[in-house]
Design a protein around this ligand. Structure first.
Ligand code: AMP
Ligand code: MG
Length: 350
């Protein structure tokens, strides 16, 4: 299949919308990462999203809307809390998990009775959704398991020939995926951390925000990257019996081809350990890449992480040594969530 690369003119957005209406696939830019769009209400189109990405079909998709009022098509009751959150944070990197209406196909929600909804902050993408006349699913526009795409070029690298078109755009401002917040029950619970933190949500709506227990695993040092049980005996990623509330959590994610090791400790110790391991591995003939962000510039780290992981693979790196970020800050916690998955939980403390 030829993949059209569409510059974001009104004419091209109309063409992209025609493709969506006909059941096709169009990748689109957002402030978090690029999404792979299809008509969220068309089960066949959604099935082809899973296929193009190679994504397991029990991992539900996020549905993207153009206006807050579009919520009413997807959920039976738009509560005061949903409205409050929407007014504070949309358009923006917040996804709300809400009860779904019957017309949302099961394949869109991985068989769940809830649907994840987001209003993205990219005006061309919102125009695409509006002109298509339907909400769009938008999982990250990459091959499942690879680092998420934060540049149009990443989408082309992964999906050229497999999708109908890419609505071209700028590099993603945030660079990691949205915060997924479950608002379908009594309490607010973060199912996936993002740049928008529990603290920011609490401060704006005045209600306590919980973190899903699956996110707060005891920290441990793992020798083998494919080990599946943590020190506290909990089942983890890769184990078919592990059923977290955000099903995406159970899959290995964001993974470069290279082996990756995270080094956690004081800035000095981390630097020394990285230098030592780099020299040692290079002496053994390995190509080593280093990822070391300023420990207080979380925005920059989020913006750069996936691009750096992809660059490491492009340049044939065998081993990536990455410095941990402090996860007391909610943004650091979100970035570490991605880094730990990239590294298959391979971490050492120094
Ligand atoms: P992605 O599309 O790759 O950004 O992943 C979407 C994330 O949202 C995954 O981790 C999903 O498991 C999560 N998600 C989507 N829909 C739901 C839902 N209805 N309930 C809980 N988590 C969801
Ligand atoms: Mg993804």
């Amino acid at each position: 299949m030829e993949t059209k690369l569409l510059e974001p003119t009104h004419e091209n957005i109309k063409e992209a919308a025609r493709i969506i209406k006909a059941g096709g696939l169009v990748a689109f830019p957002t402030e978090t990462v690029y999404g792979l769009g299809a008509d969220a209400m068309n089960a066949e189109a959604v099935a082809s999203v899973y296929k193009a990405k190679g994504r397991p079909s029990d991992n539900p998709l996020i549905v993207h809307i153009a206006e807050i009022s579009d919520m009413a098509k997807l959920t039976p009751v738009v509560t005061d809390m949903m409205n409050k959150l929407a007014k504070h944070f949309w358009p923006g990197p917040l996804t709300m998990v809400v009860k779904k209406t019957e017309n949302v196909p099961e394949i869109t929600t991985g068989g769940l009775d809830t649907v994840a909804v987001r209003l993205p902050d990219n005006k061309n993408t919102r125009e695409l959704i509006a002109v298509s006349g339907c909400p769009l699913v938008g999982p990250s526009a990459n091959i499942s398991g690879k680092p998420s795409p934060t540049k149009a070029a990443h989408v082309v690298d992964d999906l050229c020939g497999k999708i109908d078109a890419v609505l071209m755009g700028e590099d993603c401002r945030v660079g990691i995926e949205s915060t997924v917040l479950d608002v379908s029950g009594e309490e607010l619970t973060i199912l996936r951390p993002g740049i928008l933190t529990a603290e920011q949500i609490e401060n704006s709506v005045g209600v306590k925000v919980n973190l899903d227990p699956a996110l707060i695993k005891k920290k441990h040092t793992i020798q083998s990257p494919d080990r599946q049980k943590s020190d506290n005996g909990l089942l983890e990623d890769g184990d078919p019996d592990f059923k977290p509330r955000a099903p995406g959590m159970k899959y290995r994610h964001y993974a470069p081809n290279a082996e990756m090791l995270i080094i956690e400790g004081s800035a000095d110790n981390v630097k020394k350990e990285i230098e030592q391991r780099k020299a040692q591995n290079e002496a053994e003939g390995k190509k080593v890449g280093v990822i070391l962000f300023d420990s207080d510039d979380f925005e920059e780290a989020a913006h750069e992480l996936f691009d750096q992981l992809r660059m490491m693979d492009k340049t044939g790196v065998d081993l990536i040594l990455a410095g941990a970020l402090p996860s007391e800050d909610g943004r650091g916690f979100a970035i570490m969530n991605r880094m730990l998955k990239s590294a298959g939980n391979n971490i050492v403390k120094v």
